[in-house]
Design a protein around this ligand. Sequence first.
Ligand code: ATP
Length: 414
Amino acid sequence: MKTNHHWGIYITNTSNKKQLIHEFLKNSSYQNIESYVGHKIALFSKITIAGLIEDEDRHDTKIITKNSNQSLKSMSSGEQKKALLKHLFSTDNKVIILDNVFDNLDIESQINIKKTLTEKADKISFIQLISRKEDTLPFLTHYAALENETLKTYSSLNTIPLFKTKNKITGSIPPPILTSNFIEKTLIKLKNVTVSFGDKTVLKNINWQIDRGSFWELIGANGSGKTTILSMLTGENPKGYGQDLYIFGKKKGSGESIWDIKKRIGYFTPSMTDKFKGNHTIENMLISGYNDSIGLYTKPTDVQKQRALEWLKLLQMEDLKDTLFKELSMGQKRVIMTTRAMVKHPELLILDEPTAGLDDFSASILVSLVNKMAQESQTTILFVSHRKESNLTPQYQYLLTPSTTGSVGTITKL
Ligand SMILES: Nc1ncnc2c1ncn2[C@@H]1O[C@H](COP(=O)(O)OP(=O)(O)OP(=O)(O)O)[C@@H](O)[C@H]1O
């Protein structure tokens, strides 16, 4: 093995990426990719972070953040990825698999990491697993594509035929079963909201009014407080209580239960997908979106079944109605989970980095679906992403800009 070989392996959401990673880590080789036998292979992936968090929890210790006063779990997703990369570079790894390296990282961090990887490329061999073509690192020397379980090598980037052209959803969004009776203009209001963790102020005097039916993109650097704001809205973070924070016309902490709030919100973030391990059909998964439950505990009504089928038709997935959710490709699972969050036409739909880990094809379907929901429903949408999804059409942007005294917000009409 020459240390200056760097593979770019293109993965679609139907590829068996898990197996590829597993084989590399176990046997230091996979199909017709060169062998790394005798070399320790490290994995830079969300999978590694999840494992470390589990270990930290189990042993009540810090593993890779020993020099920080924060546990890995309490860090933002971008901070976690940066901490892992720092850790991998501090140990003597000669081969590193980079799994969707740029997901969850803000633009500046993406540029910095690209630079660092390029600098390290003469000492470390990288195997980059790539879902979005724009992520391709500039120093790759070898290319391959994984289709299902078959790996094919290619002489250059341009000869890889794998990426299907972009897709768009056509047809109309099925109507809600129950309509909301909330008719006020303002759905959410934050007035001078400030949040600190210990002596660190994360958000400073946040003022944000979100009108019913509007479509927002929420952006900001890693650690700027995006998830903190979202978790205050959903009620998971008690820091919203006692502040001038109103949702659905009520002040946060004024007696409503978390479930009263959650019923009115549709929420999707990629990590939710792993929580659905049971034998649910796709149809039942969508229907469960009407009942805010994971499984189906009540018999679906005819109208719920009818609507679920309409949604599946819109996604051109009606043939898969009885397929088990767990048998879908990762891209299909994410699209179904996003749709599940939409079916009841929630008053608020929160999508937290929904395209992270998706290939270009699945991401284009998801973006098209979200645009359609924004155009054809009364649902208010908050879309959080670091990646500029070129076809997404939000009306407003809320930008969080960090400073030593906490992030401040800026609103732009797009
Ligand atoms: N429980 C906690 N204890 C200490 N610090 C915390 C805690 N929860 C969040 N933070 C810090 O608050 C800041 C904001 O985190 P948050 O997750 O809201 O950022 P974010 O904008 O969503 O970031 P990213 O883009 O990386 O996901 C981060 O610096 C994070 O480390």
